[in-house]
Design a protein around this ligand. Structure first.
Ligand code: ZN
Length: 291
């Protein structure tokens, strides 16, 4: 398995987990590892992180994968999220990695944007500000689009003003150029046959997951419903960028329960590449079992 792309099948669909690169969240500006779990009781957090070989004081950076998904029936191509674009020297690998797999930007028929954060929409436009996938329609939850395109209220987020400015700037630059090729959804609909948008709010107001069902097989792409496998064990531990922590927890309970009971293959944008595995019941929560 390459660290840039990973092919797998879901029933009759051919899928590719494609890396857009990684992003390093360094010290000392913030302790991002802890920022993933801002409301966790400290002693309990230390105990849980020990299982992941993390000692908060010794931790210097957290390198997060940014992973996109391609779903194809052999003719049409659906892309889920567009990566971070040029936000960092280590991101923006999506298109070269797609081309290495024989998929050109022109081949993408549908782009599903799970939410409006920079690491999911940053690659929506090219260097000149034009849509990077010129033949695609772009699908997004209506509430998410409305939020990011009308002076979003980010006062509840636990990040500094500079971080908030980046969120708004990237959303403005990436979303307006696709407004003429946009399909906004307000219900859990099939975007293309077998590919369904699943409402999973909390991380952002209109964050969605994506399910792919074919020939009895199922993939559930949870996007940022969980940012780290610890969130499966502790579904009420939220990150500093969570828009509504109670909704985050409710969406996790719903999606993790569905994934476990239906034994679905699960994909998560920021889990170790290729971000694929299974959610298995463990005590009162769940655990991540990577493929
Ligand atoms: Zn993300």
């Amino acid at each position: 398995m390459s660290s840039e792309s990973h092919r797998f099948d879901v029933g009759s669909y051919e899928c590719i987990a494609i890396s857009d690169g990684t992003f390093s969240y360094p010290q000392p500006t913030q302790n991002v590892f802890i920022n993933f779990f801002v409301n966790a009781p400290e002693d309990r957090l230390r105990r849980v992180l020990r299982d992941y070989d993390v000692v908060p004081e010794q931790w210097r950076e957290y390198v997060s994968p940014y992973i996109c998904l391609v779903i194809s029936d052999g003719r049409d191509h659906v892309l889920v999220d567009t990566g971070a674009g040029t936000i960092a020297p280590t991101t923006g690998r999506l298109i070269p990695n797609l081309e290495s797999e024989g998929v050109s930007p022109e081949d993408i028929d549908t782009v599903i944007l799970t939410h409006g954060h920079p690491d999911h929409i940053g690659g929506t436009v090219d260097d000149s500000g034009r849509p990077a996938f010129p033949n695609a329609r772009y699908v997004m939850w209506k509430g998410e689009w409305d939020f990011w395109t009308s002076e979003p209220d980010l006062s509840g987020l636990g990040i500094d003003d500079h971080g908030k400015e980046i969120l708004v700037k990237v959303a403005t630059n990436a979303l307006h150029p696709i407004s003429d090729r946009l399909e906004l959804i307000e219900r859990e609909v099939e975007v293309t046959p077998g590919v369904r948008a699943i409402s999973a709010p909390g991380h952002t107001p209109g964050h969605i997951a994506v399910s792919v069902v074919s020939d009895g097989a199922q993939l559930l792409h949870i996007s940022d419903t969980a940012l780290h496998p610890v969130h499966l064990e502790q579904p009420d531990w939220c990150s500093s960028v969570a828009f509504d922590s109670e909704e985050v927890t409710a969406s996790r309970l719903r999606l993790f329960g569905k994934a476990a009971s239906e034994k679905a293959l699960v994909m998560a944008t920021h889990f170790p590449f290729p971000g694929l595995g299974y959610v298995v019941e463990s005590g009162e929560g769940w655990k991540w079992r990577p493929i």
